[in-house]
Design a protein around this ligand. Structure first.
Ligand code: SF4
Length: 227
């Protein structure tokens, strides 16, 4: 546990980061080929594989989901800009697809998007919109450097927990789930302080404030157990 804690402090001080989403996108798969349940902030959707690869095609496959993200971001970014400018463009279509090729031993993915404005646009508007959409948030992610970090744990790992008690109960911290997003540290520094020992002071704020902050932990590493 001590080794983990030192690693935890190191990550905090060198890799301070804030997740984009308050809650992670959550996925689950059971034995039914290949139905995945994907939960997001306000609902659920199904992902699957097409019949030709053994699924039942009950939802978009992973490639389609990736392209859907670019399609949605393209349309939303255009709509926001067009509305801000007060231009009369009623509807917009977008088609997105991709192909892959090995170039110098490296897999290169090229995404093509075709945007069609369902109202007349001037050349000046078209050029401005092309520039805006080239910098939409998902375009920036896809064209920037992307790293995928993968952590694995089993139910047994999730049992590891540390308790920090106060008069109403205890803050429970599950170190294996902590991703050092530091949301707790910036949100309630009198309670969560990586320079203090112990790093959680359950007497540093009212229990209501602590519970409110604990609920904002994006990974589920924090909870509060009332006595
Ligand atoms: S406990 Fe939660 S909010 Fe705090 S650093 Fe870890 S993951 Fe982030």
């Amino acid at each position: 546990m001590r080794k983990f804690f030192l690693t935890f402090i190191y990550h905090f001080k060198t890799k301070f980061m804030q997740y984009l989403l308050e809650q992670p996108v959550h996925g689950n798969i059971g034995k039914e080929k290949y139905k995945c349940t994907i939960s997001w902030r306000n609902g659920m959707l199904t992902a699957d594989e097409p019949v030709k690869t053994g699924g039942k095609d009950t939802g978009p496959d992973p490639d389609s989901l990736l392209l859907s993200s670019l399609a949605a971001c393209t349309l939303i970014t255009l709509r926001m800009y067009i509305d801000r400018k007060g231009w009369d463009i009623a509807a917009i279509d977008v088609d997105v697809n991709m192909y892959q090729a090995m170039v110098d031993g490296k897999l290169v993915t090229t995404m093509d998007r075709d945007i069609r404005f369902l109202s007349p646009v001037t050349e000046e508007q078209r050029s401005r919109l092309l520039d805006i959409v080239s910098h939409c948030p998902i375009s920036k992610i896809l064209q920037g450097e992307v790293k995928v970090r993968t952590f694995t744990y089993s139910d047994a790992d999730l049992e590891k927990k540390v308790k920090y008690a106060n008069e109403d109960g205890a803050v429970i911290w599950k170190p294996e789930l902590c991703r050092h997003s530091a949301r707790c540290v910036s949100g309630l520094p009198d309670v969560f302080d990586v320079n203090a020992k112990p790093w959680i002071n359950a007497h540093g704020a009212t229990t209501d404030k602590i519970i409110a902050q604990v609920k904002k932990c994006p990974t589920g590493a924090l909870s509060f157990a009332k006595e």
